[in-house]
Ligand binder design. Structure first.
Ligand code: ZN
Ligand code: ZN
Length: 149
């Protein structure tokens, strides 16, 4: 099951939606695994997928959001999770966008490259509902919540 949170503005029509959860996971995406094997995600990740590694490592691509260090907006990116067995081992690799599409800030100097949690997304949406549309300032902002199986 997946769910998402978001908001829309009745005055200017702007809407933003932040989907999270299981509905957006893809197992062992070949394109991702090829990038990892080429070392594009760093040495540790490359070794986990190499033939010399004694265990079968699965990867899961997930959608995630990161907070822009400049404008504070939530920017879409991803994470790749590595796991062996069910819960035996897990490593999370953030896939952060290079720059913020809203303000152009570069993400490369962010030390803490953790995606925002669902709680943080909820808080972010609650703040916009409270303070008004970040685009036009209207208070006619409503929550956009979608669930799917
Ligand atoms: Zn920004
Ligand atoms: Zn607006």
């Amino acid at each position: 099951m997946g769910a998402g949170n978001g908001w829309y503005c009745k005055s200017c029509g702007v809407e933003e939606y932040y989907p999270v959860g299981a509905g957006l996971m893809s197992l062992n995406v070949e394109e991702t695994r090829e990038c990892i094997a080429r070392g594009e995600f760093g040495e540790i990740a490359r070794q986990l997928l190499s033939k010399d590694f004694p265990l079968d490592v699965n990867t899961v691509d997930e959608h995630a959001f990161y907070r822009c260090p400049e404008c504070g907006k939530l920017i879409g990116g991803g994470v790749v999770r590595f796991f062996v067995g069910k819960d035996d081992f897990e490593l999370m690799l953030p896939v952060v966008p290079e720059e913020c599409p809203a303000c152009g800030a570069r993400f490369e100097f962010v030390d803490d490259r953790k995606p925002v949690s669902e709680r943080e997304i909820d808080a972010y949406v609650a703040e916009i509902l409270e303070s008004g549309c970040p685009n036009c300032g209207s208070k006619d902002v409503h929550q956009l919540a979608i669930m799917w199986d």
